[in-house]
Ligand binder design. Sequence first.
Ligand code: NAD
Length: 492
Amino acid sequence: MTDMAGSLALPREMRHFIEGREVESADGRRGELLSPVDEAVFATYAFGGEEDVDKAVSSARAQFDHGEWSRLSGYDRGLLLNKLADLIERDADLIAEMDAACIGRPAMEPRILDLPNAIQTIRTSAGWADKLEGRTIPTPGYLGRPTISYTVHEAVGVVAAITPWNTPFMITCWKVGPLLAAGCTVVIKPSEETPMSALHLARLVKEAGFPDGVVNVVTGSGSVIGNALVRNPGVDKVTFTGSPGVGKHIQQEAAEDFKRVSLELGGKSPQIVYADADLAEAVAGCAMGIFFNQGQICAAGSRILVHEDIAEIFAQQFAAVAESIVVGDPAQEGVQMGPVAKKAQFDRVNDYIRKGIDAGATLMAGGVSEYTQGWFVKPTVFANANNDMVIAQEEIFGPVATIIPFKDEDEAIQIANGTVYGLGATVWTSDVKRAHRLAKRVKAGAVGVNCWAPIDARLPWGGVKQSGIGRECGLAGVMAYTEEKVITVVTD
Ligand code: NAD
């Protein structure tokens, strides 16, 4: 497979990765990967069942409970993680092409954003591996005898990591780096659309010298193997990134035996633009916030709240940016935006565009895209919208911006916080006091002031309200894979 994604050879046939080996599904079933550009099958992969999940969990369980991995020090885990980061760096071009081919994205994007971030995450995790220190707590004693209490952070155990298709390798590393640093083992269940880079990661894990069974990958459908993983009694924690509907289902299933759960879910992130903002900077930043990766970003700034004094000029300039984006086959020179990742996504985005038109929002750019071949959607801008419209409330996960005017700060905050979500937000203003005020009042996990909410291995990432539970990355991301145990000792 060289023509579609460029010069690097992508695998055409893939299998699960269990206990350090590539294995076919127990029932031999296979799934197909379709190119979002021309809908041709470009690779096949093992489409697993419950038996495959059981094998993968047993392999992770054995390593965690009594394998070589369970005896490694944090320092040694860090050494292995650093080797893994070097190998990812070596293969960065290939991995970027894998993700790009699966979701129809220009490979340059994951190459300059996802891969550097993923490598940084693995290296930062390596640094944490031998620094998971506990606390010493003064205690009043036991029956008159002196005591000392201290805490240790122990690995949670076997983790099921269930990931989405939009930035697959990077999100997989957000989970795998921290959980390995903590000493856990893992079974990764990548999305049906993007199994390729997770399987490559597993191969690199083996090459780096991790014991077999520490990292396993099973591929196939969410409803069968995703579900089987969440229910498997050998799994201690589920870390999930994906849609709120599936997240809710996972939380309910995991409650059965009180598995630990981290959820990174959807968003409807507001970008608040004040009249005193640098207009050109705000237009460009907000455009990146919603059009990057075809709008298929959890923190996409899909609601743009603009002060009424500049709402019209902002909408005109923003629509001009949308119209100027070159949409097409990402392999072609000059193309800036590829298709959306799957046909269901194409239908979903167009459906929302119809709803925006029906609700009476002003269509400034784009509109409903006709289906021919490939899942290309025009960057679309609605202006004069209000926050009650469906396009302002529901996650579209496509290149559709909804511009909503506001009068003052109170109204801006009321609109910004007026959805069930709370993932990212941006504030565009030159007034430093206003910037801090708005950043404090907006309910979100991450706020960018005069920038799009940055992602970085050192910064915690996650949402409030229905955008999720828990944090990935940063120290919090590593601690999420530990349990704090307290030990009290009578000292005399
Ligand atoms: P999705 O929920 O459809 O699928 C995510 C994963 O869950 C896939 O691997 C899928 O196979 C699996 N799955 C599906 N049904 C399952 C079930 N019943 N049990 C267990 N697993 C199951 O989401 P998607 O379409 O792949 O991704 C898009 C969504 O992900 C959007 O809502 C987006 O906002 C969200 N997302 C969030 C973040 C974040 O950091 N908060 C990052 C990226 C994407």
